[in-house]
Design a protein around this ligand. Sequence first.
Ligand code: FES
Length: 142
Amino acid sequence: MQNRRDFIKKSCSACLGIAGMGLITSQLSGCAPMPIFKSETKLKIIEVPLNLFNDEKKMIIVRNKQVCFDILLIKISDIKYNAIEMKCSHQDNSLTVTKTGLFCSSHGSTFDLEGNVTMEPALEPLKKFKTEINNSFAKIFI
Ligand code: FES
């Protein structure tokens, strides 16, 4: 009985240690919080002000109730923006943004900033929405 208690005690300590390392790792890889632009429009075009972007801030999460998943809007150049649905093409899990693309925590698929698969098990690219730059807005056609 004593051996079983010792085993559980040691196992729990090891788990806490691993959990602690995970926390430290995520803090070290340290991402600043991704800005979220919430749009209330009921139109099929979401307009995102371009002044939300700058040299350091090239990605914004766009949220609108008409779309089930958030959209990652990425500034590629002054005239090109990518709008990618943050829904994994493998089994519809929501995705996490990294510096170089998107990551799925369900089974580990990764995607680049064009929505292409960079690591399976996902095989299909992510859905992209048409975008257009107009005056001081990026328009996303949902
Ligand atoms: S649901 Fe994203 S990799 Fe499986």
